[in-house]
Design a binder for this molecule. Structure first.
Ligand SMILES: [Cu+2]
Length: 342
């Protein structure tokens, strides 16, 4: 009956320590708010796992600590402990229970993934371009933005691409995280359920300014979203109409920010990964091979489309990715912008 008493005390202590551990872990407040429909099943599963973790923590620590105290060697007792030659019943129990638990958790996890991946055929598509070091969001209405606006309560599917290396799209409040592999289009489905401002950050170490690879994610009501779409579309059309055919420095400035030039080229004379653009146009550029070249339109265009052709003295060759996907019009806009940087 002595054993029964030990077991009873341990059982009670395990229950108490499980509860305390669970409450303690929860009070750390590690989880940000739930801002997507997908975060609800994910958090439910996470909570279940925290409960199990708390229980197993107690199940190991309580008997261990209890034994250290209750079964301590008495003074003067230097005899051997009792010898055991295995215990088949116990071994079956501690094999079968975890086996069942792992299978059940696997099934629950699979179902959870199914819930997170539920496809709404009505979901609107937005193209996401990740680059060193920033994000560009291209809306089907024909404009691009460096903020991701999303409507509350509607599923959207982000078609994500990388312009250079591996990146990862992560909005902690949405829970779901997706790597972006160059050369592939990754689907990311999310249904925002909470109006507010969040942040997407790159979760894949991608170079010098990885830590700054962030962009605002703004969830608004459907009405505000529609209004924003209309405004942006009108603005883009106005811009296009106003400067059809002729290069435009404002568009160039936008490209500077949205295409990633900003990460390497400063506008204020500071040396970055690449040379500053301040005073570049019309200057004479010293090249790594000892020659020099006049920074005219042809040189700037070549520098963007084929950065490997000439290397500026004092800068690493091939550090600048090729931007051959930019249209001639866009390169002209960029050049026009550089011209304004006296
Ligand atoms: Cu990145």
């Amino acid at each position: 009956m002595q054993n029964a008493r030990h077991f009873a005390i341990i059982a009670v202590l395990v229950a108490v320590v499980t509860g305390l551990t669970y409450v303690g872990l929860n009070s750390l407040g590690l989880m940000p708010v739930e801002a997507s429909a997908q975060s609800i099943p994910i958090d439910w599963l996470f909570d279940l796992e925290v409960k199990l973790i708390s229980f197993f923590f107690a199940l190991i620590m309580v008997p261990l600590t209890y034994s250290l105290i209750a079964f301590r060697r008495k003074d003067g007792d230097d005899g051997d402990g009792q010898h055991f030659e295995g215990n088949t019943r116990l071994e079956i129990v501690w094999t079968v229970i975890p086996l069942i638990l792992v299978i059940v958790l696997g099934v629950i996890g699979g179902d959870n993934l199914r819930q997170v991946r539920i496809v709404d055929p009505q979901a609107a598509e937005i193209k996401v371009v990740a680059f060193q070091w920033g994000w560009r969001f291209e809306y089907p209405q024909g404009f691009s933005s460096n903020k991701l606006y999303l409507p509350e309560g509607k599923q959207v599917v982000l078609k994500m691409e990388s312009q250079d290396v591996l990146h990862s799209f992560w909005v902690p409040e949405f829970r779901v995280k997706q790597d972006i592999v160059p050369g592939r289009v990754e689907d990311y489905r999310i249904t925002p359920i909470r109006i507010g401002e969040y942040k997407v950050r790159c979760a894949e170490l991608c170079g010098t300014s990885h830590a700054y690879m962030e962009a605002p994610v703004i969830v608004v009501s459907q009405a505000d979203y529609d209004k924003w779409l209309t405004d942006q579309t009108a603005k883009a059309q106005l811009e296009a109409a106003a400067s059809a055919g002729k290069p435009d420095a404002t568009r160039g400035q936008k490209l500077y920010q949205e295409s990633g030039c900003k990460a390497c080229h400063s506008l204020d004379g500071a040396k970055g990964v690449g040379p500053t653009w301040k005073g570049l146009f019309g200057s004479t550029v010293e090249l790594a091979d000892g020659s020099s070249v006049a920074a005219d339109e042809a040189y700037l265009t070549e520098s963007v489309k084929a950065p490997g052709a000439k290397t500026v003295e004092g800068f690493p060759a091939n550090a600048m990715p090729s931007f051959s996907y930019l249209t001639d019009g866009q390169v002209a806009d960029l050049t026009e912008f550089i011209k304004t940087l006296k």
